[in-house]
Design a protein around this ligand. Structure first.
Ligand SMILES: [Fe+2]
Length: 490
């Protein structure tokens, strides 16, 4: 559907019913947004070059005392070239943003990851490199996975560096100061160019665990906080699922194998997979101390990009949160449509709790809360926690326009909806120095203000989102909307 046509129809949609009660005022705001003629295509426009560090203008409020550091955010930022363009949102060149908060004010810089793919496509004046949903063109080279590595999904701060992460190839190391690219990270010579997912799971004071997936094999990476490889071991998976993320507790690795199954070799990558909703979603639980020790649970079929870290309860029950959809329509269709300015209104994912009981029974419980980009207080990762941070929206337009938390103990939501003038990015938690308890600190939520045509950064007290932002800064440019971020305190 053409987005102008969609906008003209939006005022009649009963979107409020899909939102948590705290957020229902968005329905009225959507009608206002349609009247304003906001154009969400701005969030998927090209950024044509790097952005030198520049102060952001404080629009309201005051930066809370004690908040200082850098919010790094990665995401695709350049899609179109004269000789041919990316066909899928996930195939834009990785653009690393740095929001820096210092002395109560904020600045914004952005720099493209200088990947082989970007160099090749720039030289060809066309997107010739094959990708997640882009087939590639003559001149594209993919002799190793890192030839196609867009380094565009997430960012992991490691030992003073930034690792820009894709999922089919190596991390790409960047300078955390000036965002210059140092090159792909080879953790061990014989493992060069091996896949490394964009969602590593860091133990609060321990190692970083990750997977690299090829068909029905996974490489289990264990990396120290100094960035050095501790171990890498290959395991067999029960099936060749599409895996974007996984879960882990203090003791267990939890690999979710949804029935989006690779059954052919072709390009682009996502076309290798077939959705088989009559098959279960399998969950593989592996002991970190013995990767050969495993249990498999079965759940009804669902699709999910993202999972929160798991925790174990005293009786051995494992739980973790997920943002689940009925099918992979966004990955296969929606993320292609958005680059063309089209959008088929789609039910967003909902927040769910997955329970793996000691008796071998698995359970998936969906909440009514629309949710994507689940995050948590990183100090609690792998340990029992109550809170999930997430983005929320209604599916009438792409992506999300609210930030929220969900409390698994009370089943209560807290949130703030920016309304249709904004598309929000994943919110990231910034802890209060010396603070005790879960989510004691701030949420940093960036958005693309579609009316002001500018990128904004909003700070919330994490425990009181409904109060609205404590502080909002605005850049004088609108960067395309990004995917995942990380905060590094000053
Ligand atoms: Fe992701």
């Amino acid at each position: 559907m053409n987005r102008r046509l969609l906008l003209s129809q939006m005022s009649g949609l009963a979107v409020g019913a899909l939102l948590p009660p705290e957020l229902t005022h968005a329905a009225g705001q959507l009608a206002v947004g349609a009247a304003l003629g906001v154009d969400w295509g701005l969030a998927f426009a090209d950024q044509d070059g790097d952005l030198a560090p520049a102060p952001m203008k404080r629009m309201s409020g005051a930066c809370p005392a004690g908040l200082a550091g850098s919010l790094y955010r990665n995401g695709p930022g350049k899609f179109r070239r004269p000789g041919g363009s990316a066909a899928h949102w996930f195939d834009g060149d990785g653009l690393m943003r740095a929001f820096r908060i210092r002395d109560g004010e904020a600045s914004l810089a952005a720099r493209f990851v200088d990947t082989h793919k970007r160099q090749t496509d720039a030289a060809a004046n066309a997107v010739v490199t094959p990708g997640f949903g882009t087939p590639g063109r003559p001149g594209g080279r993919a002799e190793s996975a890192d030839d196609a590595n867009a380094a565009n999904i997430s960012v992991m701060p490691v030992a003073g560096e930034l690792w820009a992460l894709w999922e089919g190839g190596s991390p790409t190391v960047m300078n955390a100061g000036d965002l210059s690219t140092r090159g792909v990270k080879t953790l061990r010579p014989d493992l060069a160019h091996m896949p490394f997912l964009a969602h590593p799971k860091a133990e609060p004071e321990g190692d970083i665990w990750n997977l690299g997936v090829t068909g029905d094999k996974a490489l289990v990476w264990r990396v120290g906080r100094d960035g050095a490889l501790v171990s890498a071991e290959t395991i067999d998976l029960p099936c060749a699922s599409y895996i974007h993320d996984f879960s882990a507790s203090e003791r267990w690795l939890v690999v979710i194998l949804q029935p989006l199954i690779q059954d052919k070799i072709t390009l682009p990558f996502i076309d290798r997979f077939t959705w088989k909703p009559t098959e279960p979603t399998r969950v593989l639980v592996i002991d970190k101390a013995d990767l050969g020790s495993r249990r498999i649970y079965e759940l009804p079929a669902f699709f999910a990009f993202h999972f929160g870290p798991a925790w174990a309860e005293p009786d051995g029950t494992i739980r973790f949160d997920a943002c689940v959809s009925a099918d992979p329509a966004f990955a296969t269709r929606g993320a292609r449509e958005v680059l063309k300015g089209d959008w088929t209104p789609t039910p967003p994912p909902v927040l769910a709790l997955i329970t793996l009981a000691p008796d071998g029974q698995g359970r998936l419980e969906r909440t009514p809360v629309n949710a994507e980009f689940p995050r948590n207080d990183p100090a609690m990762s792998g340990w029992p926690r109550a809170m999930t941070i997430h983005a929320t929206g209604d599916g009438a337009t792409p992506l999300f326009h609210g930030v929220a938390t969900y409390n698994w103990s009370t089943h209560g939501s807290d949130g703030f909806d920016f309304g249709p003038a904004h598309l929000v990015e994943e919110a990231v938690f910034a802890p209060r120095t010396g603070g005790a308890g879960e989510l004691n600190g701030w949420l940093l939520a960036s958005s693309v203000n579609l009316v002001a045509r500018a990128t904004e950064l909003h700070v919330f007290e994490a425990a009181r989102l409904a109060d609205g932002p404590l502080c909002t800064w605005r850049a004088d440019v609108a960067l395309p909307i990004g995917l995942h971020g990380a905060f590094v305190p000053a």
